[in-house]
Every structure is written in structure tokens, then in C-alpha cells.
Design a protein around this ligand. Structure first.
Ligand SMILES: [Zn+2]
Ligand SMILES: [Zn+2]
Length: 154
């Protein structure tokens, strides 16, 4: 891990200070872990990384800071199978997920696919959707066609 902060973190630090919040070491390490993950991780996975740099930290602190970052809209979360919550840095372009309920495969869905629905909701109902990270549950192509290698689907 380099001594210089990656640009995304620098932006977040600035943003928090602008809003009157402190960029605490805990927040720094949590964001660092999220940024290094390049995708989703659970609070437990973040905790495993962060505790290396901040030995005094506990899981409750990680949860509390994740909640804070969620409220600040700097991090997004989604609930996937079995009520498992995953976190990631808020990206400039939103994306969504398709989760197969049979094999647990997770596919990323570009926002462009459902953006027309969001526009329609705004045009027809005057409602501006702010949800930016949706999980759709269903069945993947492999499971639908029973083509998983080595898996017998009954
Ligand atoms: Zn995501
Ligand atoms: Zn599947």
C-alpha cells in the first residue's frame, strides 16, 4: 500500500471535510480496503483487512463507519443471498446485480439497461429514483438450460 492516497480516497477525504466530518483513521482504512477490493466485500472481509493496519479496531466499529459512509452516499450496499450485505465504493456510473438463486452466480448489470425504466418513472410519475444499486434475483442462463458442467440439475 503506497503512502499516497489514491485519487478516489483523496476526493472522499475532501468531501467529508467539506461536509464538516472528520476523515478518521478508521474511515481511511475502511475506504482503503474497499478501494483495494475493486468490487464488493462484506463487513467481515473489510474487518479482516483493516485489523492488520488498525489492531485495536473491532467489527462493530467497522459496521458503524460503514453505516456512516452509506448515509454520506460515499459507499453503496446491497443485500444478496441469505441477507448477506455487501459493500463497495460508490462509483460514478451505477451498476446493479443479477443473483442466481440456484447456483449463487452473480452477474453485473450495467445501469444503462434499466436507466430507461428510471426515466419513465420520472416522466410518468414525477418520481426521481435515487436507488443506485439493485439486486435482482432469478435464475441464470446455465441453470435455466441445465448446462452447468458436472452439475446434475433435477
Ligand atoms: Zn455492486
Ligand atoms: Zn445459476
Amino acid at each position: 500500500m503506497s503512502a499516497t492516497q489514491p485519487p478516489i480516497q483523496h476526493g472522499i477525504a475532501e468531501e467529508l471535510r467539506k461536509r464538516g466530518f472528520r476523515f478518521t483513521p478508521q474511515r481511511h482504512f475502511i475506504l482503503e480496503a474497499l478501494s483495494a477490493a475493486h468490487g464488493h466485500c462484506t463487513a467481515e472481509q473489510i474487518f479482516e483487512v483493516v485489523r492488520v493496519y488498525a489492531p485495536g479496531i473491532n467489527l462493530a466499529t467497522v459496521y458503524r463507519n460503514l453505516d456512516f459512509l452509506l448515509r454520506q452516499d460515499l459507499v453503496t450496499s446491497a443485500t444478496i443471498k441469505d441477507n448477506q450485505v455487501i459493500y463497495e465504493l460508490r462509483t460514478a456510473v451505477p451498476h446493479h446485480h443479477l443473483v442466481c438463486q440456484r447456483c449463487d452466480a452473480t452477474l453485473e448489470l450495467p445501469h444503462a439497461v434499466i436507466a430507461p425504466a428510471f426515466r419513465r418513472i420520472r416522466d410518468d410519475l414525477g418520481f426521481d429514483v435515487s436507488t443506485n444499486h439493485i439486486v435482482f434475483f432469478g435464475m441464470c442462463a446455465h441453470c435455466r438450460e441445465g448446462t452447468h458442467a458436472g452439475t446434475m440439475i433435477i
